[in-house]
Design a protein around this ligand. Structure first.
Ligand code: NAD
Length: 491
């Protein structure tokens, strides 16, 4: 069984200790690789390589760095099939979802390759003979700590723009899905100078060693809210620039005038796509007024999903046995507190249960729960699986109040045929990424990705125009060479 290596200075480097974790196939429960739990001295080695590479990388023109990123885009595009295979095998996504993971990551890479224009400075005469200009200086070494749910796309929220702006990077992939980015690091080694992109495997201890390292200037984190909050506090206490994206509990509001078929299909795609393991996945459906036909259609479409890796109705497994247990407990807990389980993804007779028993993998079908009490914990806590909680609301105001009270603020969506109603919700949702008839409202480049409340700790977004600001320092240079005779430098 292969044990992965760290990747430092464009070379595979074994971790210095023998501690490892199994990387498990969600399809079968079988071990497919071993990932090292690297030591703090491995972190030191990777950060030292990144720090050493930084001055020369930062000294390149932005166009020279962009050219390397464009070449990387070409190389990774050529290897898309291989990356899709890796994502599907270590994460369990269907092939279409894995292709989306790679495609969205490549979009951020293409955007970052335009950093020459996007990150350009400004210059203006501010008084007689005095020119003030602003350019952007790189920060130094950026550490990127990422979750399991998008093995390629989420690392690519940080790396392209951080590199384009002249920083060097140390990535800690999720220990649950380390294979995809290990292969990306190998491929990138043929194009990027040594030390520019490094990778250290491990879990929380490696992440903490990275955050604490005095040569790390900035930290990006994506993961669950309790860890995001702790990472933000830890990095801030050490004077680092930090952005930590956390978990979510996304609300969808279905108004009585919504298009039934389009809405039902969109809701199912949102809550069951990627087996519910998206931070933008629908979690709570607030049905305004009586809409039994909509709820029935959602259940019907969800019931039609089948366990698998390919095809329009396929839904993949969840990441591990702990996820199966957590999801089952959430559905059982809701039933015990009086909710009606309209569709039980754990029902013994479902195709998912059969697949789980036969394969030893982590197969869980979609669940739809009709709640009677707004206090049910399934309505408030992140489950991170294919579970939709449905709650009736008397009117739009009640739906809005429930959404606004959520501790999280990642995404929210309204389904309606009315522009005025859509605008009413778009202006009042307490989330930062809002959909109108779009249940996974991911803002694509140049728009930036990031939530609010407990979905984001730190003030920046992680991609797009906002991230240019995060990955650079505005340097203001004021210059006077001569003063026109009719002016003073004070004029
Ligand atoms: P997680 O919080 O368990 O792990 C995320 C990363 O943190 C991993 O690399 C892990 O090794 C590391 N880590 C674990 N303990 C740590 C510690 N004490 N200090 C520092 N780092 C530590 O999250 P996960 O289960 O991998 O991913 C799912 C979560 O990520 C969900 O909550 C989901 O909503 C969230 N997520 C959020 C976004 C977003 O944009 N807001 C995007 C994707 C995923």
């Amino acid at each position: 069984m292969a044990t992965l290596c760290n990747f430092v200075d464009n070379q595979a480097v074994p971790a210095s200790n023998n501690e490892t974790l199994d990387v498990t196939s969600p399809h079968t429960g079988q071990t497919i690789a071993q990932v090292p739990l690297s030591s703090s001295s491995d972190v030191d080695t990777a950060v030292a390589a990144a720090a050493k590479a930084w001055p020369a990388w930062a000294a390149l023109t932005v166009n020279a760095r962009s050219a390397k990123l464009m070449a990387l885009h070409g190389l990774l595009t050529e290897h898309t099939g291989e990356l899709v295979d890796l994502i599907a095998s270590e994460h369990g996504k269907t092939r279409a979802e894995a292709l989306g993971d790679v495609g969205k990551g490549l979009e951020t890479l293409a955007y970052a390759a335009g950093a020459g224009a996007l990150g350009a400075g400004q210059a203006t005469y501010v008084s007689g003979g005095v020119l003030c200009r602003m350019d952007r200086a790189a920060l130094g070494v950026v550490a990127s700590i990422v979750p399991f749910n998008f093995p390629f796309m989420v690392p690519f929220w940080t790396l392209p723009l951080a590199l384009a702006m002249g920083n060097t990077c140390v990535l800690k992939p999720s220990e649950k899905v380390p294979l995809t980015m290990a292969r990306v690091a190998e491929l990138a080694a043929s194009l990027l100078p040594p030390g520019v992109l490094n990778l250290v495997h491990g879990g929380g201890a490696v992440a903490q060693a990275l955050i604490d390292h005095p040569s790390v200037a900035a930290v990006t984190f994506v993961g669950s809210s309790p860890v995001a909050e702790a990472v933000h506090a830890r990095a801030t206490a050490r004077g680092k620039r930090v952005l930590a994206l956390g978990g979510a509990k996304n609300h969808l509001v279905a108004l009585p005038d919504c298009d039934l078929e389009m809405t039902a299909r969109d809701i199912v795609a949102s809550f069951a796509g990627c087996a519910g393991q998206r931070c933008m996945a629908a979690s709570v459906l607030l049905v305004v007024g009586e809409q039994p036909a909509l709820i029935a259609r959602v259940v019907e479409l969800a019931r039609a999903l089948v366990p698998g890796s390919d095809g329009p109705l396929a839904m993949g497994p969840v990441i591990d046995a702990a996820a199966v247990t957590r999801i089952a407990a959430a559905v059982r807990g809701a039933a015990e507190s009086g909710a009606e389980v309209l569709l039980d993804g754990h029902g013994p007779a479902t195709a998912f249960a059969v697949r789980q028993a036969e394969s030893g993998g982590f197969w869980v079908g979609p669940s739809v729960i009709l709640h009677r009490s707004p206090k049910d914990s399934a309505l408030h806590e992140e489950i991170f699986g294919p579970v939709l909680s449905v709650l009736h609301c008397a009117d739009a105001q009640e739906a809005l109040a429930i959404e606004n009270a959520s501790a999280f603020g990642n995404a929210a969506c309204v389904y309606t045929a009315s522009g005025a109603a859509a605008e009413f919700f778009a202006q009042r949702f307490a989330a930062a990424m809002i959909g109108v008839n779009v249940g996974v409202p991911v803002p694509r480049e140049p728009f930036s990705f990031g939530g609010c409340k407990r979905s984001r700790f730190g003030s920046s977004d992680i991609t797009g125009d906002a991230a240019i600001e995060f990955f650079s320092t505005r340097r203001k240079i004021t210059t006077k060479w001569s003063v026109p005779a009719d002016q003073t430098w004070m004029s």
